[in-house]
Design a protein around this ligand. Structure first.
Ligand code: ADP
Ligand code: ZN
Length: 729
């Protein structure tokens, strides 16, 4: 039970100000509960905070000020406070930053606002016009219900002045209504699709898990199209029946539209949405309704995990292996792991769904920490694609051409049958390198240690690290030779150009995240493709993520070796996942699909595992290698990035940290480095990294904290600690 603080007693208030502690205040008139959102004075300002517990009492009591007021929002529950605290401790994120994650909705401190709504009035207008008649008809159709001004104007196809005119006469009634209204009720009893025996067995396990009312995590592994979504919607239904809330996390906003439609078909109404495409007023509505129980289901991006759920019973992490679940700036957390943490605190269930799980989740299931459910076959007549390699060593290709004759022949065969083909390349832009043929100079970013990538569509060179763009120069910046700059290597735009030459009769669709002005435009394009509005789809990583293209029967992977070259710990795992995902796009409907991988190393173990389809063998081999090396998930890693405008400063600190490693050695951890980070300069800051490796059971976070506390960050120096790093840049 949350404690209550009488008026005048000392309370500790956590704010989002970058301070390393809570601040003491006196409880206001009427007192306040632990967890209450309050407004407090700080210097000349008023700021928002949360009552975090009894005051520390280490301020001069005469100077302690009073809480100004308790805000009219549901207090933060003990469960969320504990979650923020433990997630902050785990990721070594200061508590003010954690509180910011939990309060990312505007206007929480304002009084609940009102908006005008319009219903049918009881007077006839003095003069009837066509627009007026349409307004009244639209209102009659919805019975006693109401519209907002914008909605009504759109539905009737009139300007708002027509409605205002009617309101003045009383023909339409204008009323004030609260803005942050509850979401429509979802009905779990509407019934879903009839499940296959496999699907039903999996759904039943999840229903029982939910009925237990206890914490548990399930890895739901199933090939693309096996019905994982249908199965986890059954778990959502079970959760709603219990009166608890559910959260579905998706890795990509572009996937939400299709998913919302499925939810609406299954439960009869749309759920709450939470992602970067949601307006500020809608965010506030979602935040408030989640806290009051007026939102039963939230569909969103990783940050939805920090919403103030009243009673979170189930969290689905769809495509759980997806790297976008890792937040790489600010608070460095992995939403997949944090979902498990929150569920363990709120007695909820977690379902991690994927066709190609992360090695972490695979290992947790292997060790018995997670339940594992497998859906082994695709739903209905669709079967897994046939996989094959095209050995590029035997293919004749002119320079600056990437589609082999063998692949081109396969594409042509699909075009003749009226089916779709996809060409996949995991590189945005036109060409990764721009080189001067006169002097050999390669154009690099002025701020980063990275090459500028030509984007012909934008007619600019772009740095994929910092986003800097410059117009494509006509002369070499180094030797000033005219017209000697040449594009080297393939990107998705260049592949599109080649495809247009090879298949002049085909309709092409290019899917790359930077080619679309809005999520809406991307969604429209995806729908067009799905309904057969393109013959050849040319895409980057974006196409690998869960879209459903029923006419697609061939996927050609242009450069299967790309992901295998890096020194990244996860290169093999990433390539494996990506290839299986892309291949999973082919043949999702009745027509069988084929996936062909162009490779110069057909005998590479990862390529062989993909082709053979023996996934368990791949994971076992990969797990063995990591175990032998003491690498995650069989050991622990933390990445430390030091950055500064002065390279030497960062190196000096790195060297000092490597020498003074006592706190780490005491828990059996080792430091590697300092070394220049793989991308040694970003946005003008030099970056140096250290890697800390520890045995699995080590108390790594307290050791890291004690270690880092030995050093003072002077001037421009910054330190970021990344627990369980995903990327090594
Ligand atoms: P996954 O999430 O594993 O990729 P989905 O749940 O999206 O698979 O299922 C793939 C397609 O098959 C979807 O269009 C889905 O509606 C359909 N489907 C799956 N299971 C059934 C079923 N039991 N009855 C009818 N359609 C189904
Ligand atoms: Zn740059």
């Amino acid at each position: 039970m949350d404690s209550f603080f009488e008026e005048g007693s000392l309370v500790a208030v956590l704010t989002t100000q970058p301070l390393d502690r809570t601040l003491d205040y006196k409880a206001p008139a009427g007192g306040c509960f632990e967890g209450a959102y309050v407004e407090v004075p700080l210097g000349p300002r008023k700021i928002m905070g949360v009552v975090w517990g009894p005051g520390r009492g280490d301020f001069d009591i005469a100077k302690v000020r009073s809480v100004i007021r308790v805000l009219d929002v549901t207090p933060m529950q003990a469960e969320l406070r504990e979650f923020l605290q433990r997630a902050g401790d785990y990721t070594l994120t200061p508590m003010p930053a954690m509180l910011r994650l939990a309060t990312r909705a505007p206007g929480l401190s304002e009084a609940p606002s009102l908006r005008k709504i319009y219903r049918l009035g009881d007077v006839e207008p003095d003069r009837m016009t066509d627009p007026r008649r349409r307004v009244l008809e639209v209102l009659r159709e919805i019975g006693g219900l109401a519209y907002t001004l914008g909605e009504l104007a759109e539905a009737a196809g009139v300007t708002s002045s027509v409605i205002k005119g009617l309101a003045k006469q009383g023909a339409v009634r204008e009323e004030e209504a609260p803005r942050d209204v509850a979401f429509a009720r979802l009905d779990p009893e509407r019934g879903g699709k009839t499940l296959t025996a496999d699907q039903e067995a999996a759904a039943q396990v999840l229903r029982e898990a939910i009925a237990s009312g206890r914490y548990g995590t399930t890895l739901l592994k199933g090939v693309t199209g096996s019905g994982k979504t249908e199965v986890y919607l059954e778990a959502v239904a079970a959760c709603l029946r219990k009166g608890r809330q559910a959260l579905v996390l998706l890795p990509e906003i572009a996937l939400t539209a299709e998913f919302l439609t499925r939810v609406e078909a299954r439960f009869g109404a749309r759920p709450a949405e939470w992602h970067s495409g949601v307006t500020m007023t809608e965010r506030r509505r979602v935040w408030k309704q989640v806290s009051q129980g007026g939102a039963q289901l939230v569909v969103g991006a990783r940050s939805a995990l920090f919403l103030p759920f009243r009673d979170l019973g189930l969290t689905i992490v769809d495509e759980e292996h997806d790297t976008s679940y890792k937040q790489e700036e600010g608070a460095l957390y992995n939403a997949r792991d944090m979902a498990v943490l929150r569920a363990s605190i709120c007695a909820g269930q977690v379902v991690l769904a994927s066709a190609t799980p992360s090695l972490e989740s695979w290992a947790n299931a292997d060790a018995g920490k997670y339940r594992r459910l497998d859906l082994v076959s695709r739903f209905g007549a669709s079967v897994m694609p046939e996989m094959g390699a095209i050995d590029m060593r035997g293919q004749e290709l002119p320079s600056n051409r990437w589609v082999s004759p063998a692949l081109a022949a396969q594409v042509r065969a699909r075009l003749e049958k009226g089916e779709q083909a996809m060409l996949f390349i995991n590189r945005r832009g036109y060409a990764p390198v721009t080189i001067c043929r006169a002097c050999g100079h390669q154009i690099g970013c002025p701020h980063c240690d990275a090459r500028m990538v030509e984007h012909r569509f934008l007619q600019r060179l772009v740095c994929h690290q910092c986003g800097e763009t410059i117009p494509k120069p006509s002369e070499c910046p180094e030797c000033h030779a005219e017209d000697k700059l040449a594009a080297v290597g393939p990107g998705v735009e260049r592949l599109a150009e080649e495809a247009a030459e090879l298949f002049p009769e085909a309709r092409l669709a290019v899917l790359s995240s930077d080619l679309f002005a809005s999520a809406r435009a991307l969604k429209d394009e995806i729908e067009t493709i799905a309904s057969g509005g393109a013959d050849i789809i040319i895409g980057t990583q974006l196409v690998a993520k869960g879209h459903n293209f029923p006419h697609l029967t061939l996927v050609g992977v242009i450069d299967s070796d790309l992901g295998l070259q890096g020194s990244d710990l996860r290169a093999a795992e990433r390539t494996f996942q990506l290839m299986r995902q892309v291949a999973g796009r082919a043949g999702r409907a009745e027509k069988p699909g084929t996936a062909l991988m162009q490779t110069f190393q057909p005998e590479h173990p990862v390529i062989r595992a993909i082709l053979s389809g023996d996934e368990e063998d791949f994971w076992k081999a990969e797990a063995e290698e990591r175990r032998a090396a003491g690498m995650p998930p069989y050991g622990r890693l933390a990445g430390i990035i030091l950055s500064s405008t002065e390279a030497q400063e960062a190196f000096d600190l790195g060297n000092a940290m490597a020498r003074q490693d006592g706190p780490l050695r005491r828990v059996g951890a080792q430091v590697y480095g300092p070394a220049p980070a793989p991308i040694a300069r970003v946005r003008g800051r030099h970056r140096v990294r250290l890697l800390v490796k520890a045995p699995k059971g080590a108390a790594l976070q307290p050791a890291l904290t004690a270690w880092a506390a030995q050093f003072r960050l002077k001037g421009e120096l910054r330190m970021a600690i990344d627990i369980d790093p995903q990327n090594f840049f």
